[in-house]
Design a protein around this ligand. Structure first.
Ligand code: NAP
Ligand code: MG
Length: 478
């Protein structure tokens, strides 16, 4: 299936010409080719989805939709090692990360398989002689555009929820990372998904992606990626008067108060910026530490950063390469800017001996103190670069944490229960972790942002609200 699109239940060639090389982030070598989809392929995929929605798939009862998704979950588990190997090679993820991602995608299908027939509408008490019901109807044909950082997980999150709700889907994965998506699509087919319920077109964002975002035959769009492309997707949605969810990344704060349990916090704080080489929308990339404990806290963190090792996916170290040369250059430009701004490098990890010179390796770095208005404290780097920002007291911490353009996740580290509650309530973002961190695994927890992080919620039952629309039916039987 590599090199093909999946349209109307069959694997097919591109209607246009050209292919897209697939490079390994470990060494930069080309090892596969993808089909380069365009507007004609998207047209065919949208038409197939519409046919499915108005046909067999649209008539499939919720319980049966659930069973197909649950069977998919079991197939993913049965093929987990193969899928993890595909994801690791395609994205340069250490195997332990790839395995965790496959566990999560199985969980998405398990969760949405169970949820499909348990997401109910409501009945509203109205006037004498009336009965009112509010149904949750599927949107119809949903478009899905996902990024390269967690392709398997994103597939489970967006496709699992949408299929559970009864929609027919058209997916355009990121051209940098499609291979697990194609294999997962095969497993859905094997689980008995009717033709056209899911269609996958691989291709470049400016071609297949733009064609999908602008297609008049789509009823709703779920997008995850950069704020810039998110704007284009929302503009296209506006032109067609349809809804969209946008998940656009963040600059999430981790707030360490003087009474925090350092031993508990340190592994989470390190992992939150090193996981997936920092290419995580919910990366904890701003570390706010109360000034009174800087002297005690920072050396412990420096020690951890210095001990981290970066290597190829197969070496399964703490950190793998970045996804692409473009991303490596992008992260390097932030490092160069940090140097020219005179920011102090507090710690740097090591790239393992034997890492291929052709790979996209970037050592995790800790800078601080970083002024709150510096680029490194404000922009999403999408790499393993952590900015340390000191704060004075609780009000100062809240002001700094809420100060940027983004609002996705926050971490609050304190043993004081009242402060936990006050600060969590004050955070302007979609998820807050108190004495813990990690948005990825909790697939049942609603997730999404405010401001430049986007809008709408995915994951959990909340996603089913987005992937359906309320339809009110009023019976006058008086
Ligand atoms: P991106 O360009 O926004 O890509 C996200 C998805 O949108 C990909 O499938 C992409 O396709 C597609 N796309 C690109 N241009 C499009 C267009 N004009 N119309 C419709 N779809 C389009 O993100 P990126 O270039 O991969 O990464 C750039 C930065 O975005 C990162 O450094 C990071 O800051 C942020 N980002 C955030 C997340 C997140 O999880 N929130 C994920 C990835 C990136 P192609 O990739 O195939 O071109
Ligand atoms: Mg890209």
């Amino acid at each position: 299936m590599i090199g093909k699109h999946f349209i109307g239940g069959t694997w097919c060639d591109s209607r246009g010409s050209g292919t897209i090389p697939v490079r390994s982030p470990d060494d930069g070598a080309v090892f596969a080719e993808l089909a380069r989809g365009g507007a004609d392929d998207i047209d065919a995929a949208v038409a197939a989805a519409r046919t499915a929605f108005e046909g067999e798939w649209g008539r499939t009862p919720a319980v049966e939709r659930g069973r197909i998704l649950a069977r998919t979950a079991r197939l993913i588990e049965a093929n987990a090692e193969e899928l993890a190997g595909i994801e690791a090679r395609d994205c340069g993820k250490p195997m332990k990360q790839a395995r965790a991602d496959i566990t999560a995608v199985a969980r998405y299908f398990e969760f949405y398989g169970g949820a499909a027939d348990k997401f109910h509408g409501e009945q509203i008490p109205y006037l004498e002689g009336y009965t009112v019901m509010v149904k949750r109807d599927p949107r119809g044909v949903t478009g899905h555009i996902i990024p390269w950082n967690y392709p398997a997980q994103m597939f489970g999150r967006t496709i699992g929820g949408s299929l559970a709700a009864g929609n027919a889907c058209v997916l355009k994965p990121a051209e940098e990372a499609c291979l697990s998506v194609l294999r997962l699509t095969e497993l859905l087919q094997e689980a008995g998904l009717p033709a056209g319920a899911l269609n996958v077109v691989t291709g470049y964002g400016e071609e297949a992606g733009a064609a999908l975002a602008n297609h008049p035959g789509i009823d709703f769009i779920s997008f995850t990626g950069s704020p810039e492309v998110g704007t284009l997707v929302q503009q296209a949605s506006a032109a067609h008067h349809r809804g969209c969810t946008l998940e656009l990344g963040g600059k999430s704060p981790q707030i360490v108060f003087e009474d925090a349990d350092f031993a508990k916090a340190l592994p989470y704080i390190t992992n939150a910026i090193v996981q997936n080489a920092g290419q995580t929308c919910s990366a904890g990339s701003r570390l706010l530490v109360q000034r009174a404990v800087l002297d005690r806290f920072v050396p412990l963190l420096q020690e951890r950063f210095a001990a981290l090792r970066v290597g190829a996916s197969g070496d399964d170290l703490e950190c793998g390469p970045l996804i692409s040369k473009t991303q490596l250059e992008r992260v390097r430009s932030y490092v160069e800017r940090a140097e020219s701004d005179g920011l102090k490098l507090l710690a740097e990890a090591t790239i393992a001996d034997g890492a291929s010179p052709g790979g996209y390796y970037c050592a995790p770095r800790l800078y601080g103190p970083v002024p709150a208005d510096n680029v490194l404290a404000r922009e999403e780097v999408f790499g393993p670069i952590l900015s340390l920002i000191p704060f004075e007291d609780e009000l100062d911490a809240i002001r700094l944490a809420n100060g940027g353009d983004f609002g996705l996740v926050a971490g609050v580290w304190t043993e004081n229960g009242a402060r936990q509650m006050r600060v969590a309530n004050a955070m302007r973002c979609g998820q807050v972790f108190v004495n813990g961190y990690g948005a990825g695994a909790g697939i049942e927890l609603p997730f999404g942002g405010v401001g430049r992080s986007g809008h709408g919620r995915e994951k959990g039952m909340e996603a089913l609200r987005e992937f359906t629309m309320a339809k009110t039916i009023v019976f006058n039987h008086g």
